[in-house]
Design a protein around this ligand. Structure first.
Ligand SMILES: [Cu+2]
Length: 135
C-alpha cells in the first residue's frame, strides 16, 4: 500500500485524473493545423448541404477539431464571420487566409494549439458560422 497522507489524497486523485485525460485527449503526433487521419469523434462538427449542424463547440487546447462532410456539399471554411475571412495568426494555419475546401465524403481535422475563441465561417453559404472555444 502506498503511504499517502489523507491531506494529499485529493491532490493525488486529481493528478491521476489529469494524466488519464492527457493520455485520452492527446493525439501524440498530430501536427498543428495539418489534416490527419486520427479519429476524435467527440470533437466532430458535421456539415450539411448549407450549414454546420451545430454553431458552437468547446475543445481543449491542443485538441483536434474534426469537420465531417460525409453528407454535405462543397464548403470553404476559414477564420472569420458571415462569409468573410479575417486574419487570425493564432488559428490553425489551414483556417487562415482563404481557409480550406471540403467536399463529400471528406473528413478533415485540425489541431487547435492556442487557447481562444475562434469564429469560423463558410464563404459559400450565408449564416454558416461556427464558434470554436479552445480552453
Ligand atoms: Cu458552406
Amino acid at each position: 500500500m502506498l503511504s499517502v497522507s489523507p491531506a494529499a489524497r485529493p491532490f493525488l486523485a486529481l493528478a491521476t485524473l489529469a494524466v488519464a485525460l492527457a493520455l485520452a485527449g492527446c493525439g501524440g503526433d498530430t501536427e498543428p493545423g495539418q489534416p490527419n487521419t486520427e479519429s476524435d469523434s467527440g470533437n466532430t462538427v458535421f456539415l450539411t448541404g448549407d450549414n454546420f449542424v451545430q454553431h458552437s463547440i468547446h475543445i481543449a487546447p491542443g485538441a483536434t477539431l474534426r469537420f465531417d462532410d460525409t453528407n454535405g456539399v462543397l464548403h470553404q471554411i476559414c477564420v472569420g464571420e458571415d462569409m468573410r475571412c479575417e486574419p487570425n495568426a493564432r488559428a490553425p494555419k489551414a483556417l487562415q487566409g482563404a481557409g480550406f475546401g471540403i467536399k463529400p465524403p471528406e473528413i478533415k481535422q485540425f489541431a487547435f494549439t492556442n487557447p481562444g475563441v475562434y469564429h469560423l465561417t463558410c464563404t459559400l453559404h450565408p449564416n454558416m458560422n461556427l464558434v470554436v472555444t479552445v480552453s
